[in-house]
Design a protein around this ligand. Sequence first.
Ligand SMILES: *Cc1c(COP(=O)(O)O)cnc(C)c1O
Length: 463
Amino acid sequence: MNYISTRGKIAPITFSEAVMMGLATDGGLLLPETLPRVDMTTVSGWKNLSYQRLAFEIIRLFADDLPGHVLEDLIERSYASFKHPQVTPITHRDGLYILELFHGPTFAFKDVALQLLGNLFELLLEKQDRTMNILGATSGDTGSAAIHGVRGKARINIFILHPDGRVSPIQKLQMTTVTDDNVFNIAIRGTFDDGQAIVKAIFNDLAFKENYHLGAINSINWARVLAQVVYYVYAWLKLHGRGHQSVDFSVPTGNFGDIFAGYVAKRLLPEGLLNRLILATNTNDILARFVSRGDYSKGPVSATISPSMDIQVASNFERYLYYLRDEDSTQVVRDMEQFTATGTLDLSSLADRVTADFASRAVSEEETLVTIREFYTGHQYLLDPHTAVGVCAGRQFRDAKRPMVCLATAHPAKFGEAVARAIGKSPELPPALADLREEDSRCVILDADAEQIKSYLMEHARS
Ligand SMILES: *Cc1c(COP(=O)(O)O)cnc(C)c1O
């Protein structure tokens, strides 16, 4: 299977090349040349598979340039770090199914993708006898999941910028207590936006990028989307085993990565099995406005209690737009140019197409807190604020005819402050979080200055 760009200006490349390319060199996003679809016989054959085995069956459809045994071993190693034998177990509360995606090393769903991506990078670098220096900025979650994905890997150094004093103490320790030689935590005297601007400036210095083999970890990498397709199918199989044919999913959404994986799963499975995707946002509602009335326009970002969904422009949106435009890359280029120039895109003429696949809801801060409280007191189950956004939307769109699966994207202990506001006490910390100690941490503090960060990189980069 070959990969192409949403903007149509690159020659088809292999899966391995797509993983290493990240962002397409024409500025677009990479996608399979054609999306595969399996038949009912194939899906029925998957019903008793372990998570790892199912992941192998699905991923190999998209990654046919990797030998089967290599891929199998890679998947096995990637999910050995998960604390639950089912990797993404499902539980039933209040008429909803909760798909727990937070059993990985950093207690957030990003581990599902980044554990696999770290191993894929290692494999491909080894094959090409190359090295990579990963540079990224984080507001908390992605950084720690990325660090845990590549810690200890021989050909990779990772440099993660976080805003000094502006990530939660647990988030900070989850990053800085990883003291492997290839991990470099940098607290910058500035904000998350400063961090992002610095990373962008350094990536734009093409000579520097080339010399230091810079690599990115943001959610535009195709392998991240692909890894996430697996748990939608896994959940469908579990519910099919309980007699259901068709299922809805509610997805707490920021960059449109997770829910786009749901869209790929919907097209992978026979028609109608994955019925509808509920796109749940917090008050940063650009995507909810897009789904409900075709209005994709930038607003100001506000800080919420579900910070991993505080986004203005959804980096994976262009992938869906490509299908919405019937794979017409010329039209996608036109759309993206217009969006860049004006900050707005009117897609209302395509609204019927969108609502055939998605429904959406923006959830307020108050509703998020109430949902956490109700679920805790009524159903003895503690939701993190991101998951609560999805549960609130999922309840609204639940249809008696089919089950609603809500994706649980983080462990409540990661967002203890918001949880305490909702239920009046802090959630219990799992041992792996309770045992994090300041004494065991390593981190440098630097000014929010691209030149300083560059010198630090030059000093510590893998050559
Ligand atoms: C990243 C993240 C999300 C949003 O996922 P997208 O793929 O960006 O839509 C939701 N919840 C949590 C906890 C996250 O870390």
